[in-house]
Design a protein around this ligand. Structure first.
Ligand code: PMP
Length: 366
């Protein structure tokens, strides 16, 4: 082996607080049915592929220049989409975009968290929230959900008032459990929070609950709503996340964002994809109907699916969830072990993929 292969992680002068941590890691295995990362199973339609290709071809002639640092036209398009879908008037000054909503969340913690500050989340929830907190040296404060994974918002507001975190994460619909938080309940937490409240709405398009964007005017100095094109928009590979907030929040994030973080190619491709929003989002109703069908079928098989407003379902009970997860893989179906005892999470795929999953569910050990 080459000398560089012999150097171990332990030998590196890594930050002490990062030693012994594990990276985020959904396995990327090559199996026939992949229902593990909450992607949209429908590939982009040919017209969208053609428009993205043409948009990228057009900007390729400008690749020797840096991109628009402020991504203004993309933010205009995102504000138009969000204004129409939430019926809340927004402008590009309310919008900010980055390489996936993970980068949005990281920028939020860089600006509003950091050493000596804390962020609180209600677990189980999106596992990247504490990982991004660790990366930005923000103290992570885990708070509980009810045993049925719903959020007790009265208790949540009390905990937030008591712990006074600089940042609160509320995920609605929640990943990996699927339930969303009614808007009145969000407000209870917003009132109690002394600092920033991030409502992570990665799966909002799949939910029938109104968006927290409706609360921006009432809580402009507290509320940030984070969104993504990775799920409903079927643009996970394009890497485009965004947020809606008061323009001052966008000003704050400019202090930590890397210059030219969104490439010319990303901006052009995202704008071309956004122009097809109606077509792409037509899959949302299909996926929601499939989600309800899969939940019903799981119940029929004697499983207990957790009620979901998103494009995935957490379900149990398994005696040994990691062993059952492996058995699904052996049956050609990749789902997700999210580390919740007795439970696994399945992303809703095409009807054929869901049928394959349901067939495997009859085979796996409980
Ligand atoms: N928030 C939640 C709740 C998620 O589940 C995900 C993706 N798994 C993200 C944010 C980040 O997605 P992306 O970076 O692709 O926008």
């Amino acid at each position: 082996s080459r000398p560089s292969d012999d150097v171990t992680l332990e030998q590196l002068p890594l930050r002490e607080d990062l030693r012994g941590r594990s990276p985020y890691g959904a396995p990327q295995l090559d199996v026939p049915v992949r229902l593990n990362t909450n992607e949209n199973p429908y590939p982009p339609p040919p017209e969208l592929v053609a428009d993205v290709t043409e948009a990228v071809r057009a900007v390729a002639a400008e690749l020797h220049r840096y991109p628009d640092r402020d991504a203004v036209r993309l933010r205009e398009d995102l504000s138009a989409y969000l204004s129409v879908s939430t019926r809340v008037p927004l402008t590009e000054r309310n919008l900010w975009a980055a390489n996936g909503s993970n980068e949005i969340l990281q920028q939020i913690l860089q600006a509003f968290g950091g050493p000596g500050r804390s962020a609180l989340g209600f677990e189980p929830s999106y596992s990247m929230h504490p990982i991004i907190a660790a990366g930005t040296r923000t103290d992570w404060v885990p708070a509980p959900r009810r045993a049925d994974f719903t959020l007790d918002t009265v208790r949540a507001a009390e905990i937030v008032a008591e712990r006074a975190p600089d940042v609160v994460f509320l995920t609605s619909p929640n990943n990996p459990t699927g339930g969303s938080i009614p808007i009145e309940d969000l407000e209870a937490v917003l009132r109690a929070a002394p600092g920033i409240v991030v409502v992570d709405e990665a799966y909002a398009e799949f939910s029938s609950q109104p968006s927290a964007v409706n609360l921006l005017d009432a809580y402009p100095a507290k509320l940030i709503v984070s969104r993504t094109m990775s799920k409903a928009f079927a643009f996970a590979g394009g890497r485009l996340g965004y947020l809606a907030a008061a323009p001052a929040v966008v000003d704050a994030l400019q202090l930590v964002r890397l210059p030219y973080h969104l490439s010319v190619l990303t901006q052009a491709a995202a704008r071309a994809a956004l122009a097809h929003a109606d077509q792409t989002l037509a899959s949302v109703a299909k996926l929601a109907a499939e989600r309800d069908r899969v939940a019903e079928a799981l119940r029929g098989q004697g499983f207990a699916p957790v009620p979901s407003d998103a494009n995935f379902i957490l379900f149990g009970r398994f005696t040994d969830a990691p062993a059952s997860w492996k058995s699904y893989v052996d049956n050609g179906v990749l789902i997700r072990d999210v580390g919740i005892e007795g439970h696994l999470r399945v992303t809703i795929g095409t009807p054929e993929e869901n049928d394959a999953f349901l067939r495997a569910s009859k085979e796996v050990p409980r």
